[in-house]
Design a protein around this ligand. Structure first.
Ligand SMILES: [Zn+2]
Length: 304
């Protein structure tokens, strides 16, 4: 059942106040308000063909031609997207000191562009490409410029945008010329963890360290269907941490949740931020003795 924005926002603000060191995990729902399409519907099911798998991308030149020809059309949507109200509200929560770590499953870098700093891009970033043979890295827009020059007919095509910088373009891709690693001629791939690929262990460990320092988990706009994200909720549950979820649909972790708000993200987060900001203003303007009492009270209850 969906809750009203005001009710969900007030409950979320209370949750944050009670657990002011949050470990946040975000997913595609945060970026749909930025115009980036999602793969799954509210019930967590695929609403379109699943994305390309790591193994098939590496094994087949035909798959790579199709991938890059479609990306030449679809990546513009990712590159031009602007942070949503949800990204901005989460950046505001960090600025207010409530976020221990934000782990995103999105590859669009919109959290950073909204001003968040304590961010781990769990599944990598779509604006970088990396050579699978020699680790050479380059910015994706530079690679796209090269491929647009090499493939003027494909660069002029248009199609509706799909998730992850893909486009719904069907054509004969056999003539497409892929730009290979300028250093060794190897296969360039977006610096993104594909299905069938693994999250680099140092990145996963950094996320786990953040979880150990947190007081609660807040999942925002994610169905948690992908195991690399879901696993953290299982760990948090095993640690006895409260787990809240704000999303429109069901999540794989529903059975582990202690708090669930099925409501639109941007208005609820914005409402919660405004409520917390108002509370802080009130506390800041109180006289010093009562403020000291408050801190003393929270310290003694913390050590009890
Ligand atoms: Zn190379």
């Amino acid at each position: 059942m969906q809750k009203s924005v005001a009710q969900a926002g007030a409950e979320l603000a209370h949750f944050i106040e009670q657990h002011p060191k949050l470990w946040v995990i975000t997913g595609a729902g945060v970026s749909t308000d930025s115009g980036i399409p999602d793969y799954r519907d509210a019930s967590g099911q695929w609403k379109r063909s699943p994305p390309v798998q790591h193994g098939e991308f590496m094994a087949s030149q035909q798959v790579r031609k199709r991938y890059w020809a479609r990306a030449l059309v679809g990546f513009k949507a990712l590159r031009e997207a602007q942070p949503s109200g949800a990204h901005k509200a989460l950046a505001a929560l960090e600025a207010m000191g409530f976020i221990e770590l934000l782990v995103t499953q999105n590859v669009d870098r919109l959290h950073q562009r909204a001003g968040s700093r304590r961010v781990i891009d769990l599944h990598g970033r779509a604006d970088l490409v990396k050579c699978m043979s020699c680790d050479y890295q380059m910015m994706r827009h530079a690679m796209h410029s090269e491929m647009a020059r090499m493939n003027p007919a494909f660069a002029a095509m248009d199609a509706s945008h799909a998730p992850d910088g893909d486009a719904d373009l069907e054509a004969d891709f056999s003539a497409f010329r892929v730009f290979d690693c300028p250093r060794c001629g190897g296969i360039l791939k977006p610096d993104v963890v594909y299905y069938g690929d693994v999250v680099p262990p140092p990145r996963r460990l950094a996320a786990e360290v953040g979880l150990k320092n947190a007081q609660a988990v807040l999942a925002v706009g994610t169905s948690l269907m992908v195991f690399s994200g879901y696993r953290f909720c299982r760990e948090a549950h095993a640690m006895g941490l409260p787990i809240g979820s704000l999303s429109l649909g069901v999540t794989r972790a529903d059975a582990l949740l202690t708090h669930q708000w099925r409501a639109p993200l941007t208005p609820v987060l914005t409402h919660a931020v405004e409520q917390l900001a108002a509370l802080h203003r009130t506390l800041d303007t109180q006289e010093l003795p009562s403020s000291q009492n408050r801190q003393g009270a929270s310290r003694s209850s913390g050590s009890a």
